[in-house]
Design a protein around this ligand. Structure first.
Ligand code: PLP
Length: 363
């Protein structure tokens, strides 16, 4: 099959991008203005400060309520943060408790360290790892738990009690918690693992989804203060990340209370529009609704269709780009397609109209 991303990028402006959980909804016009003004004053001619430019790191720590006891490094997306964090804490033969489905690129990074992601199958109620399952999976080689909360692709998230339970396991077994909070701002409720085990938690943070900065490539890792030197010497890029992105991200965080509620409202309205269409389509359903992220999984098992075929037809015939499940699940990927809904409402409406027709026609 031709690379769908090549196909989609060649038609970038016509495509409805529901494939990568990007966010095209409105945030604040101030963000664009600040970035444009930074362009005009040629800020991009300078390197940013190594740890993060113009107080972005401090602003992020404040946003997370972690001003004391923590430090951070601004990175080229969350994906760079998990890359060098895994390098720093894992050795050959270690394992990391993780889920399947999951955001698999981190599992790949774990394998690059010679370690093993020990995957708990979660394509079943409650659609994320349970505290008992994690407890059973821990062994002498376990070095960390990868808690992606809320979880890509399912949209499930962990309650405060569950996060506490995971942290107690980490404490009892002397292991790290890698808390990937990429979708935190979309959640109805969210608890940071730092609340319970601050000294053994690393937070993986992204500006791609909440701020709609995917193309700007900006993220961070938040580290217990005393671990800073040990982790930062592994960083893949000691020269920091795009300065324009950092200027924009700082304003985005500072003004979050002015734009996030409205953005979330639209995102949640979009979910409902799709839910209605799914409910009216035979053989498909949403295992998790409402989603705590900006995406969900659409289960297609009863249709007997191949998710990659659905992806192909939607993309090639309707300019709608969703993702077949195999990208985010080795074991359950054939059961679903993943669609994100932080695209403009007219595009969501088009999806809601086309998707049932495509399923009907294909089977
Ligand atoms: C759970 C999770 N972590 C990390 C990332 C990577 O984010 P970034 O764009 O900041 O590299 C993604 C991207 O989809 C993700 O879903």
């Amino acid at each position: 099959m031709e690379d769908p991303f090549k196909y989609a990028h060649e038609r970038e402006d016509e495509i409805i991008w529901m494939s990568q959980n990007t966010n095209e909804l409105d945030t604040s016009p101030l963000i664009q203005r600040k970035i444009l003004s930074a362009v005009k004053s040629k800020k991009y001619a300078l390197y940013p400060h190594q740890k993060g430019h113009l107080g972005l790191r401090e602003t992020l720590l404040k946003d997370l309520g972690l001003e004391n006891g923590f430090d951070g490094i601004i990175t080229n997306g969350a994906i760079e943060a998990s890359y060098f964090l895994t390098r720093a804490i894992l050795n050959k033969g270690d394992n990391v408790i993780a889920s399947d489905p999951s955001f698999m690129p981190i599992h790949h990074q774990i394998r690059l360290c010679g370690a093993d992601p020990k995957e708990i199958y979660v394509y079943k109620d409650p659609y994320h790892m349970t505290v008992d399952e994690i407890n059973e999976a821990v062994d002498d080689s376990t070095k960390a738990v990868l808690l992606i909360d809320p979880l890509n692709p399912l949209g499930s998230s962990y309650t405060r009690d569950e996060v506490k339970g995971v942290c107690e396991i980490a404490e009892d077994n002397d292991i790290w918690v890698i808390d990937d909070i990429t979708y935190r701002d979309f959640a109805y409720d969210h608890t940071l693992a730092t609340e319970f085990v601050p000294e053994r938690t690393f937070l993986i943070y992204s500006f791609s989804k909440n701020c709609g900065f995917a193309g700007m490539r900006l993220g961070a890792v938040i580290i217990p203060d005393n671990m800073f030197d040990e982790i930062s010497r592994w960083r893949s890029n000691p020269l920091s990340a795009n300065i324009l992105a950092q200027v924009g991200a700082k304003v985005a965080l500072e003004t979050k209370s002015q734009w996030l509620p409205e953005m979330l409202e639209q995102s949640r309205k979009n979910q409902k529009i799709i839910k209605k269409a799914i409910d009216n389509t035979d053989g498909v359903h949403l295992p998790v609704f409402p989603s705590n992220t900006n995406m969900f999984v659409i289960d297609i098992q009863e249709t007997g269709l191949d998710p990659d075929d659905i992806q192909e037809v939607l993309l090639k015939q309707h300019d709608i780009f969703v993702r077949g499940g195999t990208y985010v699940s080795t074991k359950a990927g054939e059961n679903f397609v993943r669609a994100s809904f932080t695209v403009p409402e007219p595009q969501v409406k088009k999806f809601a109209e086309i998707f049932p027709e495509v399923i009907e026609k294909m089977r």
